[in-house]
Design a protein around this ligand. Sequence first.
Ligand SMILES: C[S@@+](CC[C@H](N)C(=O)[O-])C[C@H]1O[C@@H](n2cnc3c(N)ncnc32)[C@H](O)[C@@H]1O
Length: 232
Amino acid sequence: MTDQPLFAHRHSHSAASPGAESTVSPARIVARDVRRNLPTWEELVPAGTPVELEVGSGKGLFLQQAAGANPHHFYLGLELAAKFANRAAQRLHRHGLSNALVLCADARVFLNQVVPSASVHAVHVYFPDPWWRNKHKKRRVLNEESIQHIWRVLLPGGNFHFWTDVLDYYEHVCQMVIDQTAFAGPHFVPQRHALHSMDYTTHFERRARQQNQPVYRALFVKPAGEETTDGA
Ligand SMILES: C[S@@+](CC[C@H](N)C(=O)[O-])C[C@H]1O[C@@H](n2cnc3c(N)ncnc32)[C@H](O)[C@@H]1O
């Protein structure tokens, strides 16, 4: 499999139209890999369209469902593992979604260097790896710096969604958010009844719920009058 994108799920790109997609074999779809060569924000997102960002998209179930349900929003997914980013890109291709794009990217770098301040309507982080062991903590996608960037990139009134099935980690991240930002929250998010076997927000939510594990869901909101872009 090549690192070069065969298909970029870009809003205004001609290859993104459902008709054009059908000529490319789904197995040959790969996500654009920007780990070494960062793009600009303007080349990725359609001007004038509300943007939602997902950090750690895995196999892309959230991007698929959200982009299908909200055709007037643009969804940008960031996934570090090429294997999963490709699976997510194939999923978006299969569903003919032109308002979602998944990149193979380190979300920490991407947030720091690509995403402009006050540019996104929502940031979604579902089931990030908790990396509890000391020597692995540096791999965490949610750390003090990335939380500051999530605060910075959200528009006033924007939402930060954070879900996990690890209670200690839930409490740890919520405390970091409270300590470092002026987000309102965490607000409680009720569990939605699944109407069919794939009716979950993400694959990890599906797995947790099918194993009867609790899921901890936090919604943080950037106050509407909050114009500051660099921290609380
Ligand atoms: C436990 S999985 C959860 C996947 C998906 N959100 C879900 O709920 O099904 C965490 C994902 O985050 C990705 N990830 C870890 N560090 C990342 C980073 N720095 N940037 C982007 N993705 C990252 C991993 O490769 C993995 O696919």
